[in-house]
Design a protein around this ligand. Sequence first.
Ligand SMILES: [Mn+2]
Length: 429
Amino acid sequence: MRWSRFLVPRRKENVVNAVLLLCCFIVVVYYYRNVRRINQDIDQEHKRPQANSGDESEDFGVIRLAPHVRDEFVRSSMSHVIPDYSQKRDGPGEDGKPVYLSESEKAEGDSDMKNWFMNVKASDKISLDRSLPDVRRKECKDIKYDLKKLPSASVVIIFTDEAWTPLMRTVHSVVNRSPPELLKEVVLLDDNSQREELKGHLDEYIKRFGGLVKLVRKTVRHGLIRAKLAGAKEATGQVVVFLDSHCEATAGWLEPLVARIAEERTAILCPMIDSIAAETMAYHGDPYATAVGGFSWALHFTWESMPQREQQRRKSPTDYIRSPTMAGGLLAADKEYFFAVGGYDEEMDIWGGENLEISFRAWTCGGSIEFIPCSHVGHIFRAGHPYNMTGRNNNKDVHGTNSKRLAEVWMDDYKRLYYMHRSDLKVFV
Ligand SMILES: [Mn+2]
């Protein structure tokens, strides 16, 4: 009976004691509930990524959490459900199959090919979560990564007036197929899009990712190159990965990229770029990597066969491939290193030439360009550009003027070979 006087306090100090005890009790219960839930989430995501409903995050902020635990909270408030790809999926375009339009839909598809250089109508029929073939070689699938020891990555996707489904399928594929331990965030950078559905609707839509997908808007057109720099500055992961806004990431795409950067931080990496047909959205990947990037003296990208010395240096088909240049915009780099070498040239306008420029820059500054054969990302190859490609001062030849900058900065006397092709650019500054 002696302890019961604490429960039924008669004296003022005992009331205070009881209140303090109660407070301690509440704090302990809250803490226990949170830690247990975080552990459950982590367990669940290790087994099979499964999102929780978004209504459990009301305790967030009560307790100070380490950053990695806070990231888990972001994920636990995600209402987007990551599909279980071990189950067979039915529907148009599943498993990367082509979509053929019916007679009545064909006219719309044809006009999409003229306006968008891709069949948006076909893309719209396909699930944003569609399954894809795993085109990696067996040796790639056998590699085990210690995810806890690898650096985290921010995936930066630049878009300007991109069609909705290709853009969102890019985002879905990254969220669905990146290990939660490695994917710090997706940064969507809107380079001054004008289309209505990319405004408020997009803000609403990405709420399903519970903060994992961040949207940054630019209200003045930056052009791809400056927009990428702006997007990379927003990234908080150790590794920054750029993807185009019409890609699909496949199983195991991210692990080999961050693993190679953990090993060699001065390497700038490209995944294998598989093709997604612009007309049917059919996915086609090649597990055998045999080419490296080159360039012509007009400073256009070319494919070259892998030199013999590189073939001899590589011990396994999973080894990285050193390449003089890279094809386009899909790359992964250590963020600090990327900015230490100056990033992209911010005076380059809109698009074009930056892929060769970053290649010359990397090799000249003691880094390297490497292709990673175990990382596969699909890309819709279009026959043209569906958006405005005019640079500053009404410049209609941004590829030419960008390449001129590359020649002047990095090519010393060899720049004369570029001017042999582009004597028209020689006199201008
Ligand atoms: Mn592209």
